[in-house]
Every structure is written in structure tokens, then in C-alpha cells.
Design a protein around this ligand. Sequence first.
Ligand SMILES: *[C@@H]1O[C@H](CO)[C@@H](O)[C@H](O)[C@H]1NC(C)=O
Ligand SMILES: *[C@@H]1O[C@H](CO)[C@@H](O)[C@H](O)[C@H]1NC(C)=O
Ligand SMILES: *[C@@H]1O[C@H](CO)[C@@H](O)[C@H](O)[C@H]1NC(C)=O
Ligand SMILES: *[C@@H]1O[C@H](CO)[C@@H](O)[C@H](O)[C@H]1NC(C)=O
Length: 789
Amino acid sequence: MALLPTLLLVLAVAAGVSAGEGGEEERTYIVRVDADAKPSVYPTHAHWYEAAVMSASDSSSSGWPEGGPLIHTYSAAFHGFSARMTPSTAAALASAPGVAAVLPERVRRLATTRSPRFLGLLSSPPSALLADSDFGADLVIAVLDTGISPAHRSFHDRGLGPVPVRWRGACSAGPGFPPASCTRKLVGARFFAKGYEAASGPMNASAEARSPLDTDGHGTHTASIAAGRYAFPASTLGYARGVAAGMAPKARLAAYKVCWAGGCFDSDILAAFDAAVADGVDVVSLSVGGVVVPYYLDAIAIGAFGATEAGIVVSASAGNGGPGGVTVTNVAPWMATVGAGSMDRAFPANVRLGDGQVLDGVSVYGGPALEPGKMYELVYGGSSGGASSSSSGYSASMCLDGSLDPATVRGKILVCDRGVNSRAAKGDVVHRAGGVGMVLANGAFDGEGLVADCHVLPATAIGAAAGDKLRKYISSSTKQRPATGTILFEGTRLGVHPAPVVAAFSARGPNPQSPEILKPDLIAPGLNILAAWPSGVGPAGVPSDVRRTEFNILSGTSMACPHVSGLAALLKAAHPTWSPAAIKSALMTTAYVKDNRNGTMTDESTGAIADAFDFGAGHVDPMRAMDPGLVYDIAPADYVTFLCNLNYTEQNIRAITRRTADCRGARRAGHAGNLNYPSMSATFVADGTKATMRTHFIRTATNVGGGRATYRAEVRAPKGCNVTVRPSELAFRRDGQKLSFVVRVEAPVAAARKMEPGSSLVRSGALTWTDGRHAVRSPIVVTVQAPLE
Ligand SMILES: *[C@@H]1O[C@H](CO)[C@@H](O)[C@H](O)[C@H]1NC(C)=O
Ligand SMILES: *[C@@H]1O[C@H](CO)[C@@H](O)[C@H](O)[C@H]1NC(C)=O
Ligand SMILES: *[C@@H]1O[C@H](CO)[C@@H](O)[C@H](O)[C@H]1NC(C)=O
Ligand SMILES: *[C@@H]1O[C@H](CO)[C@@H](O)[C@H](O)[C@H]1NC(C)=O
């Protein structure tokens, strides 16, 4: 045993080297071990892990950083460690005794729309009843994000009782984050950068802080959405004036900083899950995009399973890859996957053109205005010049860095196409080239989805149809009759119809890993959300932005997720015995699918009716979720049965659940769609032999409505399908009683013969159990896939 430290010392000489023996690149792997498999010769798990890595690697392998090969060790949400090693070492390790799985590190991105690929807009008005109640005061919400700005008034601890006694968390001090940063409101703060630095080298300490301090703004924003205090007046540069409050204003917060300038690394995220479980949090909020890999290779899905088993609700953003199909991420059935909707608030900033046309736009620009009444010359880099000599019309049309010619641009309003660089960065490029304003135009791909941004110059965003009109107007202009226009900023408008709509960027189903589980689960406000912002960061999120604002307006499923995290904390406070699955069920079965015009919610990108692949069970309804009547509960063992029915191997299942699974019984019992989920999704592949295909869903409802109750099934069958429910009446005699039923679905597969090969037909319906007081709604989605030929 004394050999081990010596060996480490020798190996440490080559610290920082990342190419291993034989030129193989080293990378980070996350290794799952069987917790009770540690040979007794090793005093601690860390000793065993180090020895395992060393013996799996060729002994002449490259060195490890000071302190040994381990990056993190995990023991609560997960058992195992992360380490740098070559792929061949990882492969050798995978077959070592006690090793359940070896996962390659992946890098995730924040799910705001500030990143270039996405579109971008709200804050939910918390109901007076929930906000006034003491609900949530003893619960801790973990926010895994970019850290937190601890001194913000949204995180003041005035009037809060002592820190809950069961709290075991810590406050890690560091640059910009003195030990006194933690309070009775912000009860814990930690940071996890070892995985990031192992992959990217030491961080730039003048650009980011090796502490829980938020130098980006995203983490402060999301934390205040989940659990910010009342802050009045709150607005960003004059927009959205009013009270800012999180969903659970009295809940405690714990910040786990896992996202850095270089991204959010799985090994660090897993370390945060592990710490959060050990610290005793109640809810984990994760506004970070996912990856599309099977659950047994997905570190977030595995970490979230460990947290769920410990009774913690995990709420995650669905991602911003919409409006295309199969874009949803963070799709494991034990997580709540949250998409984004709009609120009935808008920030109109329309473009008036020289020929009298007015194009609808949106903006939350705040700062020196354009001259009232003056018409400015409009320039579009894609057609009417404006490109610098060294760049193409294409990059000028996108307003990429360095693409604009200051001599042409000065004093004009630039039209920039959306895409490639971020929306705020385009404003910065135009500003630096001397432009006085910008109109950001969607292309066909972006559709009509708009995000209001706090640009560094007067700017607005317009949809694809308006963008076409604008480009056409500019291309028809001449030297004698130049294209002119101005932007009319109209401030904040309330009572907008229709609302909510599904945000264009919100990621869509079906679920690529298990289509039997409908994802996203639900939507929450995620468009133009006002929430807390750090004092050291400009609202546009570009370095040149020297404006300061206490609140900022951002859009993304990143903003939708913490609404659900805060609500989950309120539900858990009101119903301490409910499992994470019961809480999720309450949120889903009470969600609504109608907008404020009493029509089915629509899709922002097209204006067409949206369906369950867009909004899941619907838009979250906090008041109704408190009293759902029935819940569909799921125990950890049920997920094992589910994984068996996905045909995962026992080794795969063990990587997720730490349990040895015997799948024989489970496979006999049915199919993955029989997980007791609050929604139902059936996929049929037409094989051309039968006219109709059938499936069934077994569900068990638990009565949480407070006593005797009789529920009747109301079915709205998906068009062309037959749905029957047996029994069609559930008579509960007492609270907590469980009753099961079967839903049979028949779909007309014959229709698929007329479809394009490989295309699919989606039909939505619903099953609603009602007792006169509650309506417990589950979407039923039927997908018929035409044969590939
Ligand atoms: C570190 O960040 C500072 C401030 O943003 C920047 O000026 C400097 O160039 C960066 N250094 C490196 C090595 O990237
Ligand atoms: C909404 O529409 C439904 C039918 O689609 C109708 O029964 C109901 O009365 C309407 N509600 C309102 C408030 O208009
Ligand atoms: C699992 O395998 C069985 C038998 O081969 C098959 O019928 C079933 O469709 C498979 N399930 C999934 C989810 O792939
Ligand atoms: C639905 O039921 C009717 C009556 O039993 C039957 O004629 C029809 O074919 C069924 N449709 C499907 C899609 O199975």
C-alpha cells in the first residue's frame, strides 16, 4: 500500500500532458463502480479507484496531474469517479472487476437563447395564494448553473427562519465570494471546475471566478425564477416594470456552479448531483441542454436517477432546438422535462418603412433612442452593400464580426439575418461599425418565433414573413429613392392574445431514447422572462456592454425549468410524503392546453395548433397542481422494469440503477409504455399486413383528494383511433387507495399505406378522470409510421 503514493509522485512529473502512450489522446471518463465491490486491501474508495486506473493503463502511460489521476470521486447520487485516461485504458477498465460502466465525458451548453443556434423571450406571475403562504420555507432548491450573485436583493434573507437543521451543505468561498455570502436564503454554494480544467486547461481567472460567483448572469437569473424574494420595483431598463418574485419566494437556495466559459462538463455536473444529494436538497434545477445517447451512457440521466431515488425532484430544461421534431433532450422518465411558452406580455418595437409599411417587431432595448420622426437609411449587407472589402455579402448579411464597412454603415440602420453569431453579438458588431440601429430578421428556418433582447443599440427583431418584405423593399430601392425606416419602441404591453403559445425555440418530441415516454412533460413560461441579474455583467451579455441593470429579460427553456423547480418545492412542502413521480404527476395532470382565447395552444413558429409533442401534458397550472385529486406514482423499482422493457442489458441497467436486474419477469409483464406515467404514447409501425394495430396501457391511480371519491373516465380518442378504458369508473373509499385500469388503443394502420415511406402521422387525444371536483388529464398520443419500403 505504501507503494501507491510513490508511484503517484513519479507519474506526476509529466503532469498536464494530454497525449498518452502511443500518441493516444487522453480524455475524461466517468467510471461507475459497484459500491460494495471495494477490495478490503484499499483503505478508501479513492485508493481503489487510483489503483484501478493505474493497473488498467499501460504502466508506462503518461503522467497524471498532481494529486493523482482522479478528477472527482462520487458517493451519493452515483458511485465511482472521473479521471483522464486514454481510450485503451478506459476499455481495459470497463472489464475490470467491480466496474459497472465507463462513460466518456460530454460537454453541455446552457439552455438560454443567447447562444447563436437558438431563437429567443417571460416571468410567470406567481399566484398571490402561493406566494403569501409559507410554503417552501423549509425546502432547499439546488440550482446547477453558472453560480450566483449572492448580494442581489432577490436573495435577501430578511424574515426567514433559521437554516433547516437537516441541511448539511457548505459554503465554498473564493474570489468575489466571501464566506459571509451564504445566508438563511442562500444556504449553500459550491463550485465544480476540475472536469472543466482537466479538459480545457486552467481557467482565465481574470475572466471568470474560481468560486460560486456568477460572472455570466444565467445562474442568478434561473435561481431567482425558482426562489427569488419579492423585489419591487423590478424592471430592466424600463421594461416589464412590476414586482419580480420567484415561484417559491421563501424556499432556500443552494448554488452549484457547474457551467464555465468553456461549457458544462458531465464530470462536474455529476459531482454537483452527488454533493446535492449528500447536502440534503429537495429539488434539483438543471437549465442545461442534454445529449442524445441511451440513458446508460448519459451522466445527467444517471445522476438524476440517484437523486430521484433519494426522493429529490429533478427538473430540467427540454432544450432550445425547436421548432423541429425529435429535438427534446434530458428525456429520462425520472426527470421533469420542461419546454417553454409565452406569457400574455409583449414588447412591441415595430419597423416603419419609408413606403408606409409597418412590420411587427419586438425588443427590450433600453438606452438613448433614435430621433423621433426621423427616417434613417436602411442597409442590408446581403444586397445593398455594407460589406467591408475583405468580406462577403453573406457574412455582412449575418453581421459577423469584421464584416461591415464603417464608411457605408455609419449613421444607418442595418438589417441583419439571424444565425451563426448570437443576436446580441450582431448588435455589437453594428454598433462598433457606427450603425445607429439594427433590425434582426428571421430566415425561413427561424419562422415567426421572436425573442426580445436588450441590445447595445436601438434594435428590434422581426419574423420571417416581415423579413422577406423588408429585404424586398430594400432591393427595390435606388440611389435616388433609398430605402428608409425607423423603429418605434412601444414599451411593455399586457393582455396579449393568444397566450400562452409554445415558444418557437422550445424543443419538441418525440422522445428519441424511448418514444413510449412522451417528452417534453409540460411547458412553463420561458419567453421574455424578467429575473435577477448580477451587478457586474451587462444585460446584452457581450463584453462591450457597460450598462448595468438589476434585472434582465432572457428567453429559453432555461427560464422555463426553474418555474417548475420552484413549483415542485411548493408541492413538496404542501405534501411532504409525495415522491418525485407523484409531484411530477400533479404538475402534469393539472396542466392546461387551452390559451386565453379558449382555443388549443398554438405554436409560435407557425401560428398553427400545437400538439403533445410541442407542449407535453400542457402548460403548468400552479393552483390546480396543489390539489390534483389523483396521482400516478412510480417507485424506483418500476424504472428497472421500464429499462428491462427497453431491452437494455442487465449491465446497462446496473449502470443506471446500481441494482442487479432480473428482467425475465418484467419482460413477461409487458412493454415500456406500461411505466405508470401520467401521459401515454403509442408508436405503431405499419407492417402492411393488418388494417388495425392495438396496444394497451396499464395505469394505477392513487387517490390524494382527501377521502371517498368516484371518478369517471372521459375519453377524447385521437382522430381515427378507438380508445377504451376498463373499468371506466374508479370508486375510491379512502385517501391513499390505489386502483388500476387498462387503456386499450386501436389505430388505423391501413392509413399508413397512403403515406410517404418513412413518414409518420401523429394524433393526440386525452383521458380525463373526473369526480366533479378534479379533472385528472393524461394526453394520449398515437404515432403511425409508414414502412420505410
Ligand atoms: C483573460 O481574460 C481577460 C479579461 O477578459 C482578457 O483580457 C485576457 O486576454 C484573457 N487571457 C487569456 C490568456 O485568454
Ligand atoms: C371554451 O370552449 C368550450 C368548448 O370548446 C366551451 O364549452 C366553453 O364554454 C368555452 N369557455 C369560455 C370561457 O368561452
Ligand atoms: C424488445 O425486444 C422484443 C423481442 O425482440 C421486441 O418485441 C420489442 O419490440 C423490443 N422492445 C424495444 C423497446 O425495442
Ligand atoms: C373502431 O371500432 C369500430 C367498431 O368496432 C371498428 O369498425 C373500427 O374498425 C375500429 N377502428 C380502428 C382504428 O380499430
